[in-house]
Design a protein around this ligand. Structure first.
Ligand SMILES: Cc1cc2nc3c(=O)[nH]c(=O)nc-3n(C[C@H](O)[C@H](O)[C@H](O)COP(=O)(O)OP(=O)(O)OC[C@H]3O[C@@H](n4cnc5c(N)ncnc54)[C@H](O)[C@@H]3O)c2cc1C
Length: 456
């Protein structure tokens, strides 16, 4: 481990989906790699039980490879029954479902295998830089001690472009009026009977979001039947349906687009629920975000009650886990050499300097029951150019994950965890190459060196 005033080849800031992938990728490619995370554990939203979206297109084709394949293989070795796999919601997406505890063990196993050095409970508070080159990071560990660590390259996987901002790069946040997507607290319930839930949707298809994507080639009732036949509880109970709609009207439930139910364990009959939400807040302000936790916790209790009382299959279910942090969908995005646009995403545009692929629909949650959902054309994937990872004006800083250069619509797609893993992998590999080849600027790296094992 680098000590006070230590030296590393690559420092990754942020231990979420993107940072983990970047750290494994950089270390695997020979870089002495430090992963710095301000929280007490890694994972971010990865281990809360939500499906990994952006991994399979709406046609069911896998579009992220490399580190993701290694994660899946490792999880399967630890406990094959914990791997559920890609599941179609018969609405618009496939989500990759793995029991989150096994995902956590699998990822930690890869961190061990590739000798990634971890620094938890430690916040990067500043950078030392000159002429667009960051020479070292100032890191506050618990107790307030400041450690300075030098490096050749920095991966900004902070979720909001925090390191880019410290180095003088430009950040955009939210829409033009600084409106952000709502925050949520996801949780899990076990002892759920899947068959009665799926039967309820089969017999009342208007209660769920279904058949939104033309590539599925199904009408609503047919999609409900396909969902029933799949046996997987991957269901979005819609606010436009009678049951949730009525509960929202009477105040039994808070307003939300849908109560999203996804499988986390077949053995434990467990699902993840994503249904709480508070909108209209500035997600870049930690005081405001922190203040939402007690109210979100209240919404968790209400949602569990709603499901137990009104949704078949949940009568004997109980809460088995609650996410360890408030889920923030949107903060800052870097301004990079190329800004991925909403039309790049929905038109499935290809780029010559592609380093990762995304496939999730433009998915922007709004206030109340609002949500924008625009699928990618023909169930294809879209390309993410290397330029989206390179902040304007900076040389040895590269971004990964949710904060890469994108307009708000594109960000509503590439923010999902599968795509974050993909851009993290590319950024980590690029950082290892920069350090190994003693290059000074990410712009001098050949894109085909990065993509040979990640893009197929
Ligand atoms: C409620 C909700 C539901 C979602 N549903 C899904 C879903 O079903 N499927 C899906 O695939 N995606 C989903 N997403 C999106 C997805 O979870 C996130 O966009 C993604 O995990 C972001 O990953 P990231 O690595 O870019 O950022 P993060 O996971 O936010 O990681 C960034 C990390 O950087 C750390 N950090 C920041 N600044 C510093 C600093 N200065 N020093 C040290 N550490 C720092 C933070 O503590 C954080 O842990 C959802 C998101 C939310 C909030």
């Amino acid at each position: 481990m680098a000590d006070r005033n230590g030296i590393m080849s690559v420092i990754i800031v942020g231990g979420g989906a993107a940072g983990i992938s970047a750290a494994i990728s950089a270390s695997k490619n020979g870089a002495d790699t430090l992963l710095v995370e301000s929280g007490s554990s890694i994972g971010g939203d990865l281990f809360s039980g939500m499906p990994l979206l952006g991994t399979y297109t709406s046609l069911g084709n896998q579009c992220v490879h490399g580190i993701l394949d290694e994660i899946i293989d490792t999880c399967n070795m630890i406990d094959p029954r914990a791997y559920i796999g890609p599941v179609c919601d018969w609405r618009t997406v496939y989500g990759l479902c793995i029991k989150p505890e096994i995902l956590c063990l699998g990822i930690n196993s890869l961190l061990r295998k590739y000798c990634v050095k971890l620094l938890l409970n430690s916040m990067v508070t500043g950078v030392n830089s000159a002429n667009g080159t960051v020479t070292s990071l100032r890191i506050a560990t618990q107790g307030g001690k400041i450690t300075t660590i030098s490096c050749d390259a920095v991966v900004d996987a902070s979720g909001g472009g925090n390191i880019t901002a410290m180095a003088g790069g430009e950040i955009l946040a939210g829409d033009e009026n600084r409106n952000f997507q709502p925050v949520s607290l996801v949780f899990r319930m076990a002892n759920v009977q899947f068959e009665p839930l799926l039967r309820f949707i089969r017999d009342n298809p208007e209660e769920a979001l279904l058949a939104e994507n033309p590539v599925l080639k199904k009408k609503r009732a047919e999609a409900a039947m396909a969902l029933y036949n799949s046996g997987y509880p991957y269901v979005a109970i819609s606010a436009n349906g009678k049951v949730l709609g009525q509960a929202i009207k009477t105040g039994a439930m808070h307003p939300c687009t849908a109560a999203f139910v996804t499988p986390t364990s077949i053995l434990l009959e467990e699902v993840c629920l994503n249904a709480t939400r508070i909108g209209g807040i500035d997600c870049t302000d930690e005081f405001t975000v922190s203040a939402t936790l007690p109210e979100l916790a209240g919404q968790v209790a209400n949602t569990a009650r709603f499901f137990k009382e009104r949704i078949p299959g949940f009568e004997n279910a109980s809460i088995s886990s609650i996410a360890h942090r408030v889920g923030v969908r949107e903060t800052g995005r870097i301004k990079g050499e190329y800004t991925l646009s909403q039309s790049d995403v929905i038109e499935a545009v290809k780029h010559t300097d592609v380093i990762a692929r995304g496939c999730h629909h433009v998915d922007i949650h709004g206030a109340g029951t609002a949500q924008v959902r625009i699928p990618v054309k023909d169930g294809q994937s879209y390309d993410i150019p290397f330029r989206c990872l390179i902040p304007l004006g900076l040389k040895n800083v590269i971004a990964a994950g949710r904060c890469i250069s994108s307009d708000r619509g594109a960000n509503g797609s590439l923010r999902v965890m599968g795509t974050c893993i993909a851009t993290g992998q590319a950024a980590g590999m690029a950082a290892a190459i920069l350090s190994r080849e003693n290059k000074k600027d990410f712009r001098s790296i050949k894109v085909n060196e990065i993509t040979e094992y990640s893009i197929r």
